[in-house]
Design a protein around this ligand. Structure first.
Ligand code: ADP
Ligand code: MG
Length: 240
């Protein structure tokens, strides 16, 4: 339980001359659900994009599963066991549900196991099984989010990065998504979750980090953060 799976140390990242991450430290241990909460524009997506190698690390180091992955090409990072469900889902709208899931398994060629994993996604999200031959673009927002999570699972990641899985979804669908996050974690997948819905995220996580304009300002057990007056005032008030 205490083995470190992902470690960001002093990570800086920028877009042109504008620095989005000012040297952040984040640790995710094997078996944990860790959430990163913060307002719009705080740098949550940038953090995940930097871990995945889509945004360049300008300073600091990122290690994953004992390897230095700082500025490693994204496809190599996926092969090491890291997958992301990106903000806005980014499913392939013209491919069917089944084809979207197969795309998630692009690094694999173990056909029988891939089929088993597709069946597993359909057992977690039965609606996706019912819609397996439908184009991804015809799904509802909630179904597309399920598909994005399912697609990320298809590479059999050790660490799953989820960027705003609850954004724009009806409360019942949000509950369903978080239920599956718990199940995946219980099955052995470590999860780093980014959310503006701080309450839901903290309720379902072991630990959390608060990110404010590119700086980590708080890091603690999720229950401690939930009870913290500063967190409550800034992130858990009405409208959150
Ligand atoms: N592609 C981009 N080009 C330029 N600036 C960006 C880009 N993406 C994000 N930013 C800036 O980086 C900062 C952090 O954004 P982001 O990581 O998307 O925050 P969050 O996910 O917490 O809402 C913001 O100031 C945002 O405007
Ligand atoms: Mg974002």
């Amino acid at each position: 339980m205490s083995e470190v799976l992902l470690e960001l140390h002093g990570v800086r990242a920028s877009y042109g001359n504008i620095e989005a991450l000012h040297g952040i430290d984040v640790t995710v241990k094997q078996g944990e659900i860790v959430c990163l909460i913060g307002a719009n524009g705080a740098g949550k997506t940038s953090t995940l994009m930097t871990v995945c190698g889509f945004v360049k690390t300008r300073a600091g180091t990122i290690t994953f599963d004992g390897r230095d992955i700082t500025n490693m090409p994204s496809d190599r990072i996926v092969r090491l066991g890291l997958a992301q469900s990106p903000e806005g889902r980014k499913i392939f709208p013209r491919l069917t549900v089944l084809e979207n899931l197969e795309m998630g398994a692009f690094i694999r060629n173990d056909r029988a196991q891939i089929q088993k994993d597709i069946d597993h996604v359909f057992s977690l999200f039965p609606i996706l099984g019912e819609r397996r031959s439908q184009a991804g673009g015809t799904l509802s927002g909630g179904e597309q989010q399920m598909l994005a999570v399912g697609r990320a699972m298809m590479s059999r990641p050790k660490l799953l990065l989820l960027d705003e899985p609850s954004l724009g979804l009806a409360p019942l669908i949000v509950l369903k998504i978080f239920e599956v996050i718990k199940t995946l974690n219980a099955e052995g997948t470590t999860i780093l979750l980014v959310e503006q819905n701080a309450r839901m995220a903290l309720k379902h996580s072991h630990r959390g980090y608060v990110l404010e304009t590119g700086t980590i300002t708080m890091a603690d057990d999720a229950a401690t953060l939930l009870a913290d007056p500063r967190v409550q005032a800034a992130y858990l008030g009405d409208g959150h």
